[in-house]
Write a protein that binds this ligand. Structure first.
Ligand code: ZN
Length: 360
């Protein structure tokens, strides 16, 4: 009888410990879920204006800011201590292969990607004036991008260098954006198909013995597509080494899920060496509802199954009601994301901040 009482007492203690463990785990999971936002910095703004902006983010539940400084390490170094003092993690956001107004690159016409029509992004820009894509194969243009990555990686206090536009120009635009450009895209159109520069063509011909410029249907040539996927991967993998050399991580803004990214922009991010991916699962761009955010998140998570890469879902906030934002966050969380990133910070409304805060 006495023994039974002792056993019961031990059982009660053990059950109590289990419950405590579960509560602890639950709390850790909630706290681990990260909230990020992308912002674009302006050197002419005062430090105090940034203090209030960062304070607002922190008070409303954000954990990290991805700052576009137009690849200016000095401006980044100025903003890092301000953001960190307010308790935010800082990520150095760089426009990688699309480099509008890059003064050094603009001195080298041959660094720019060339379309199947033979026109260079140096002066013929696909879709919009800010599309000025560099060739990822040419030694000099590739090295230029990597040098910029290194400049940001050196900045003390940042957590990661964050690659954006790490891809080719869109061969297919998001379906929801086509009417805006008055376009129909039923196949790969030559004016949006890159890079057919001398260096890309020569390297491909050396390995595969056929000329992409002479292909009747380059859109069905698997090696030609693979060649380009590999070129982007090669830039990412090198950037990863650089970031880690300075004890920083590498993250990237990418298309919704790997096969969609491959199809639309020749970006196969599940094959990359990278610490975090932030797929831009912007449902309104694709005429989709918030359930699609869950689908695309789950697809990316499945494709990353054997890798250490974390996935944080990117959410485009302007068209979302508070209710939809809540659903978007819940969909991301339920389908395996480690966090969510909002585009962009200044666009988040007070109503939306309330939703974000409620998850903390
Ligand atoms: Zn090229």
């Amino acid at each position: 009888m006495k023994n039974r009482i002792i056993y019961l007492a031990i059982l009660v203690v053990l059950l109590g410990a289990c419950k405590k463990g579960a509560e602890q785990k639950q709390r850790e999971t909630t706290n681990d879920f990260k909230f990020w936002t992308w912002i674009t910095a302006d050197a002419s703004r005062t430090d105090s204006s940034y203090v209030s902006e960062f304070k607002k983010y922190k008070e409303n539940g954000l954990d990290a800011v991805l700052i576009n400084t137009n690849t200016d390490p000095k401006l980044l170094a100025r903003l890092v201590p301000i953001a960190k003092k307010e308790g935010l993690e800082v990520h150095a956001w760089i426009m990688a292969m699309n480099r509008p107004g890059d003064s050094l690159a603009l001195q080298h016409r041959d660094w720019y990607a060339v379309s199947r029509e033979g026109k260079s992004c140096f002066d013929t820009r696909p879709y919009v004036d800010y599309y000025q894509w560099l060739c990822p194969t040419r030694k000099e243009s590739r090295q230029h991008v990597l040098n910029l990555v290194e400049g940001l990686a050196k900045v003390e206090g940042i957590t990661s260098v964050h690659l954006d536009y790490i891809r080719f120009c869109d061969i297919f635009l998001p379906v929801g954006l086509l009417p805006k450009y008055n376009l129909v895209q039923n196949t790969e159109l030559p004016q949006f198909d890159f890079c057919y520069c001398d260096v890309c063509v020569a390297e491909f011909m050396k390995n595969h013995h056929r000329d992409p410029r002479k292909m009747e249907h380059p859109e069905i040539d698997m090696e030609w597509k693979q060649f380009r996927l590999n070129k982007i991967k090669s830039v990412v993998d090198e950037a990863y080494k650089i970031a880690h050399k300075y004890n920083k991580e590498l993250s990237a803004a990418v298309f919704p899920y790997p096969e969609m990214a491959d199809h639309m922009v020749r970006q196969r991010w599940d094959k990359w060496n990278i610490d975090q991916v932030l797929p831009m699962i912007y449902n309104h761009f694709y005429n989709e509802g918030t359930d699609w955010i869950g689908f695309a998140t789950a697809q990316g998570i499945k494709d990353l199954a054997n890798k250490k890469t974390e996935l944080h879902t990117g959410i485009y906030v302007p068209p979302l009601s508070a209710k939809e934002l809540k659903e978007a966050i819940e969909q991301s969380k339920a389908n395996g994301a480690k966090g969510v990133a909002f585009f962009d910070g200044p666009a988040i409304t007070d109503e939306q901040f309330k939703v974000i805060k409620s998850f903390k």
